[in-house]
Design a protein around this ligand. Structure first.
Ligand code: NAD
Length: 452
């Protein structure tokens, strides 16, 4: 059987299979991307490439219904959320098109000797993107758009369960006018990925995925002396310090935990609540999580039978070790997993340091800001965080002490198409989105003019 297949998570039915690439196809992909870099990318302006990216964004919106239906089949995203993802991917692509010239403009440096000195930002060559299934369009947009506008070309290896979204994206970039070789999709095996990374025509690799894959790709990139960006897992804290609007806190904890049926890297996976609010919060939060409706499309099936098996085993392990479910039953029907709240978790339990990739919140009680910070920082991950507090200066002080890449104050889900994204610790390194993301794979070429 092919390793690339569409298996509908709602039914378990295999809907389509796609053959993996031959070694000759991998070679052709690299040759085409390298040639497009040397010809088209080096020979075009940022404005010209931005115009193509702008067109790609338009095409995403024109094809929204078709694109959304693909990911509902591939990974179970409910239709409204799938359409929302397409719109966000288009907005990201358009943000790079709109800001490309400004973000890539020469940057002069104030240097002690006063000589005219500046950075010019240019592409470096072919970049490999390795992408996960959980946001099939959004993840690719935030990698492909900045690199193409910058003047890199890309080889894209999507998740094995996303072959149709992978092909749909490749068509969009081609139909937008990007030439042959600028954006090449490959149905590569993991062994072929390793060959691509070692190839001298490749200049960088960006992986979004699990900690396990990150360690492997990081090692391969290091061995081949290639720059890499790793966007990995997370177990983000959602900290409730002080509020006169507990309903708002509960609403955002639900948004933070339930986004993408609980399968978001920066989902609010650990809800940490100060004593004074804990009992009232726990009651309202458990009720709100319990009220989530599969039929109304609040959440969809987990992405695959394997994902369901993994989550169920993790929760069962926690229950065996003494944790309790406030709501939920850890008894999925197919891949339909009832949203749950897990409490009475202690540091000795395995689940304490694990990422739960599904609609299961861990709920913790703490006695002080210091205790909330210590608990938040005890995770091996460091992606994002949310702090709920009416006193925003106190929230900022707490955020200042968190070992994370992002601090959202008083709201979950406030990402934006031009707002940088990324983490620290085992959540990886590097950033995507915004100017900082666009410069990850740039040659920061220094110009300096001597006095005559
Ligand atoms: P995964 O690591 O299993 O797969 C991600 C990609 O890496 C896939 O294309 C897969 O084929 C590839 N891959 C895996 N092992 C590989 C190997 N040995 N060699 C070459 N390629 C390999 O992750 P997933 O299950 O698809 O995605 C979920 C994970 O992604 C979660 O941990 C989630 O938190 C994380 N994620 C992180 C971010 C972020 O921005 N930090 C965003 C989305 C998802």
């Amino acid at each position: 059987m092919s390793i690339f297949a569409v298996i509908d998570p709602a039914t378990g039915h295999t809907l389509a299979e796609y053959p993996g690439a031959s070694d000759a196809q991998i070679e052709q992909a690299l040759a085409a991307a390298d040639s497009a870099y040397r010809g088209w990318a080096r020979g075009s302006t940022v404005a010209e490439r931005a115009a193509l990216a702008h067109r790609a964004a338009e095409l995403m919106l024109e094809r929204k219904d078709e694109l959304a239906a693909i990911i509902t089949r591939e990974m179970g995203k409910p239709p409204a959320a799938a359409e929302g993802e397409v719109e966000f991917a288009a907005a990201i692509t358009d943000a790079f098109a709109t800001h490309g010239e400004e973000w890539l403009a020469d940057e002069s440096l104030a240097v002690e000797d006063g000589l005219r000195t500046f950075f010019r930002y240019q592409g470096i060559g072919v970049i490999l993107g390795i992408m996960p299934w959980n946001f099939p369009y959004y993840q690719v947009a935030r990698f492909a758009a900045p690199n193409l506008v910058l003047g890199n070309t890309i080889v894209l290896k999507h998740s094995e369960q996303c072959p149709e979204s992978a092909l749909a994206l490749e068509s969009i970039f081609r139909d937008a006018g990007f030439p042959e070789g600028a954006y090449v999709n490959v149905f590569a095996s993991h062994a072929q990925i390793s060959t691509i990374i070692a190839d001298d025509r490749l200049q960088g690799v960006s992986l979004t995925g699990s900690e396990r894959a990150g360690a492997i790709i990081g090692e391969q990139a290091g061995r081949a002396l290639k720059k890499c960006v790793l966007e990995l897992g997370g177990s983000d804290p959602f900290i409730v310090l002080d509020t006169d609007d507990l309903d708002h806190a509960v609403q955002h904890a639900v948004i933070g935990r339930m986004e993408n049926s609980g399968q978001a890297c920066n989902g609010s996976k650990r809800i940490i609540v100060l004593d004074a609010y804990f009992d009232a919060f726990a009651e309202k939060f458990a009720a709100a999580i319990g009220a989530q409706s599969y039929d109304a499309g609040d959440y969809g099936p987990l992405s695959s039978a394997q994902a369901t098996k993994t989550l169920t085993a993790q929760v069962q392990g926690a229950l065996d070790q003494g944790a309790e479910l406030l709501v939920g039953d850890n008894a999925p029907e197919g891949n339909r997993y009832t949203p749950s709240v897990l409490t009475r978790i202690t540091p000795e339990m395995d689940v304490y340091s694990q990422e739960l990739f599904g609609p299961v919140a861990q709920l913790y009680r703490v006695a002080s800001d210091d205790e909330a910070i210590a608990l938040a920082n005890s995770s091996p991950y460091g992606l994002g965080s949310v702090i709920i507090c009416d006193d925003v200066e106190r929230a900022e002080r707490v955020g200042d002490r968190l070992e994370v890449g992002m601090v959202f104050i008083n709201g979950a889900g406030i990402e934006g198409p031009d707002v940088p994204f990324g983490g620290v610790k085992k959540s990886g390194f590097g950033r995507e989105l915004g100017r900082v993301g666009m410069l990850e794979f740039a040659n920061k070429k220094l110009f300096r003019f001597a006095e005559k």
